[in-house]
Write a protein that binds this ligand. Structure first.
Ligand SMILES: *[C@@H]1O[C@H](CO)[C@@H](O)[C@H](O)[C@H]1NC(C)=O
Ligand SMILES: *[C@@H]1O[C@H](CO)[C@@H](O)[C@H](O)[C@H]1NC(C)=O
Ligand SMILES: *[C@@H]1O[C@H](CO)[C@@H](O)[C@H](O)[C@H]1NC(C)=O
Length: 492
């Protein structure tokens, strides 16, 4: 034991020499800046050392000589000097407050870089001495000033009760992103709009408006073919269902209630936490429906629809994102379940769409005049329909119905396992559909009487499997990068 210790001791001088060598390289002088500390001092922290009746140079030296000195307060009138091993943003209980005659000095690595700090010209620094990059905060972290929260957070944030939070009109997606609450999703009377549930949300506050019946469902997977709880809400009733795919379908109850969703947004609260289904009109209002599921479903997606071919307007409190949200790759795949269309506004009448499709049959692209399904003028380009044997261009004419054009044999044009590329050229004169990068269309239709295309997008009619679309090349107009969010911005 002894000899081992001795051995260790013998190695020490060598280490000391190494350290001394490093230290003997001229260390940069400690720089303390009082540029933002005039008539201020740091309070709330315990000084590591306190001196009185000293000069400013002596106070500076006291900081220099103390290992880990990060800041000091100095009062030239009294010669008071308080040396700290902490600085303004190390804790939200430290405050740089106005104090006559005092100056707060912050130790900085590089005086010339000081004014390049994010907060340098902002009130948080100018008035409150919170200048360093280390003063910046993410959501949920302690703060004193809203400006500490803003640089790292996307969306509107606020330092509220000493914590960076999303502002009231926003919800928190993660530590750096606030998203707006109660944006309006539009449904067209036919197609579903899907969202992914995030943050473990199991109770949602929403508002709906529709002259018809709307459905709000929460699904265990991103498909209709899964366990789900569904609310069907009409002007006078709320019907509650539980479906276990392939096992059971239960109508759990009907609430009779005059809702008047046709004339105004009606607020509903729907809770399914641990299978405890609760429905109330408004938040904290009388529960209209209550039922406990013995084998609770665990929904991960939410989908809404207005049926009866009427428009639906939905506003949810938050915790919902597009199903592909968070995938920032340019070759991301947009998967779309049955009876679903993903639409966006189209401002041109002559345009190309380019995409790849993976599905065993029925890869459709729709272009429409109106948001609403019923009675709208619609183009539907069907690729690999009729069980992957034919393709066609269908047109829906207001008050007339569907007409079929260019019915073309295209055996095995689609694949269930491989993405196949297509291009469609829409123009007021013609619709031409191309395979891959071929220069000749495999299907074309001369347009007799064009209508204005205001909305277009991929559509899945009728398969159990979701259709997978990939935009090739990637088109930011279909991504969050270009402001796209499913079901939003479709109506002014
Ligand atoms: C910011 O937080 C304060 C204090 O909590 C609160 O009064 C104010 O309404 C919030 N502002 C916004 C825009 O959320
Ligand atoms: C929060 O989510 C956004 C969107 O996916 C992402 O860009 C960002 O990096 C996330 N922030 C953190 C801290 O993970
Ligand atoms: C067309 O696509 C094929 C494969 O999909 C590729 O090999 C070929 O180089 C492409 N031709 C042109 C002219 O881009």
């Amino acid at each position: 034991m002894r000899s081992l210790c001795a051995g260790a001791v013998h190695q020490l001088p060598l280490l000391v020499v190494l350290v001394v060598t490093v230290l003997s390289v001229p260390a940069s002088a400690l720089v303390a800046s009082g540029r933002r500390g005039q008539a201020r001092r740091l309070v709330g922290a315990t000084p590591a050392e306190t001196l009185s009746t000293v000069s400013q140079e002596r106070c500076h030296l006291a900081c220099h000589q103390r290992a880990g000195c990060r800041s000091f307060n100095f009062h030239p009138g009294t010669g008071h000097c308080q040396v700290f091993t902490v600085t303004a943003c190390d804790s939200s209980s430290y405050i740089v407050e106005p104090a006559d005659g005092w100056t707060f000095y912050d130790v900085v690595d590089d005086l010339s870089a000081e004014s390049g700090q994010t907060l340098w010209s902002q009130e948080a620094c100018v008035r409150d001495g919170r200048c360093r990059e280390s003063c910046l905060r993410r959501l949920g972290q302690g703060c004193r000033h809203t400006q500490q929260c803003q640089p790292l957070v996307t969306g509107v944030t606020n330092c509220s009760e000493l914590v960076c939070s999303c502002s009231n009109a926003y919800w928190r997606y993660n530590e750096t992103l606030c998203m707006p609450r109660y944006t309006t999703f539009f449904t067209d009377g036919q197609s579903w709009v899907w969202k992914k549930i995030v943050n473990g949300m199991c109770s949602t506050d929403f508002r709906i408006k529709s002259t018809g019946t709307v459905q709000v469902g929460v699904f265990e997977a991103y498909t209709h073919y899964t366990g789900r709880y569904i609310l069907k809400i009409s002007q006078t009733n709320i019907y509650v269902y539980r479906y276990e795919y392939g096992v059971s379908s239960q109508h759990l109850g009907t609430v009779s209630k005059t809702l008047e969703t046709d004339s105004r947004f009606v607020r509903i609260n729907f809770n399914w936490c641990s299978g405890q289904l609760r429905v109330s009109k408004g938040l904290g209002q009388t529960t209209l429906f209550s039922w406990n599921d013995a084998s609770p479903l665990q929904p991960k997606y939410l989908a809404v629809r207005s049926s009866g071919r009427t428009a639906g307007y939905f506003r949810f409190a938050g915790d919902l994102v597009d199903p592909w949200f968070g995938d920032w790759s340019l070759d991301r795949v947009y998967s779309i379940p049955r009876d679903t269309m993903v639409a966006r506004r189209r401002h041109k009448q002559d345009f190309w769409v380019e995409f790849e499709c993976r599905i065993k049959r029925d890869c459709n692209w729709m272009a429409r005049e109106q948001t609403i399904w019923h009675n709208s003028n619609i183009w539907k380009v069907i690729i690999g329909g009729w069980d992957n044997t034919h393709s066609a261009i269908h047109r829906h004419v207001s008050s007339v119905g569907w007409q079929s054009y260019s019915h073309t044999a295209t055996p095995a044009i689609l694949s269930a396992t491989e993405l196949r590329r297509f291009r469609i050229h829409f123009s007021p004169q013609a619709i031409r559909v191309y395979r891959d990068n071929q220069t000749e269309p495999f299907m074309a239709h001369q347009v007799g009487a064009p209508f204005t295309i205001n909305y277009d997008g991929p559509h899945m009619c009728c398969n159990v499997e979701n259709v997978d679309f990939r935009l090739a090349p990637f088109d930011a107009g279909w991504g969050y990068e270009g402001g796209f969010r499913w079901g939003e911005n479709l109506v002014d």
